[in-house]
Design a protein around this ligand. Structure first.
Ligand SMILES: Cc1cc2nc3c(=O)[nH]c(=O)nc-3n(C[C@H](O)[C@H](O)[C@H](O)COP(=O)(O)OP(=O)(O)OC[C@H]3O[C@@H](n4cnc5c(N)ncnc54)[C@H](O)[C@@H]3O)c2cc1C
Length: 280
């Protein structure tokens, strides 16, 4: 009996390994064979830096070899490898791509992590200027905007706006007319990233509605305190909308619970965690 169990277990592991190996091979082939694709680490240069808010700065990263970059799917992230002077080893972190695909460069938007201790890579990146070099791994990730003509709802907190930026930019520049609700929560106006961009786009595109919650309140937000979706119950596309969530896990669990209570189907809620994957 025990040996039959061991045999079955070995078979199962073998099957699982085959699935992973096949998937990884397909991923490598995709990264290598598509226009602008590469495998492993490739050298990029910071060609532009833009302060988005008190804690978040965007970086445009352009390949040093001057060649094209592979198109990313909306919502994907890249891996970045750096060697901060203060660190003993090279460090790799992931950052969501925060602009639509353009074949020439990528944009990432990085929050300077300060609490309880300065984060190694985010602080190092903030210290770099134009011309500094880093290494990037190809775009990856399965938090991806589905190509559907349904109403979209983007819900983020803090630096969780980054994958939504790529999705939003693309939908708006594609001249799609589907309704888009952009809901964002942050501490206060100083920590509200991309606010000029959002204000401009909301003024230009009647199908885009933005709603903001500042924990500390103030004149620039729509609501004070934590994100309470009951105030938007009548304006959210509860039955037909697709909901994309990104932010701290506790925030997303709180928001997902509210969406389910309002009657949103679980299969219409997608989310990204900026850390090891976990169910909400
Ligand atoms: C898919 C994905 C996408 C992501 N996208 C983005 C993005 O778009 N933008 C973004 O800003 N981030 C993003 N992240 C997060 C990013 O990858 C990093 O995790 C983040 O920048 C912190 O890295 P760091 O090296 O600065 O901090 P680390 O040095 O790794 O520290 C992490 C945290 O631990 C704390 N810490 C450090 N040392 C100690 C200690 N001794 N005791 C207690 N606490 C300690 C730090 O204060 C910090 O808050 C993403 C992550 C994933 C997985």
């Amino acid at each position: 009996m025990a040996s039959r169990f061991k045999y079955a277990l070995r078979e199962a592991y073998g099957l699982l390994a085959d699935i992973y190996i096949t998937e990884e091979a397909a991923l490598y082939a995709n990264n290598k064979n598509n226009h602008g694709g590469w495998v492993s680490a490739r050298k990029f240069e910071i060609t532009h830096k833009h302060v988005e808010s008190e804690l978040v700065t965007s970086f445009i990263l352009t390949p040093v070899d001057g060649k094209a970059v592979i198109a990313h799917k909306l919502g994907q992230y890249i891996g970045i490898k750096v060697k901060p002077q203060s660190a003993e080893y090279e460090a790799i972190r992931q950052y969501s791509l925060s602009q639509k695909s353009n074949a020439k460069n990528y944009r990432i938007s990085v929050k300077k992590e300060c609490q309880p201790k300065p984060g190694v890579v985010s602080n190092y990146l903030h210290s770099l200027g134009q011309g500094a070099r880093v290494e990037l791994y190809p775009p990856a990730g399965d938090f991806i905007l589905k190509n559907e003509a349904t109403p979209m709802v983007f819900i983020s907190a803090g630096v969780g706006q980054t994958p939504m930026m790529a999705m939003l930019q693309t939908l708006l520049s594609d001249n799609s007319h589907q309704a888009i609700s952009y809901l964002h929560a942050c501490e206060n106006s100083r920590e509200f990233s991309f606010k000029e961009y959002l204000a401009q786009q909301t003024a230009m595109h009647p199908q885009l509605k933005t709603f903001t919650w500042f924990n500390q309140g103030g004149e620039e937000c729509d609501f004070t305190g934590l994100m309470d979706l009951s105030v938007l119950e009548v304006s959210l596309p509860i039955s037909e909308g697709v909901f994309y969530l990104c932010g701290p896990a506790s925030f997303m669990a709180y928001v997902k619970g509210q969406l389910l209570d309002l009657g949103v189907q679980s299969s219409n809620i997608h989310y990204e965690i900026f850390g090891p994957h976990q169910a909400l």
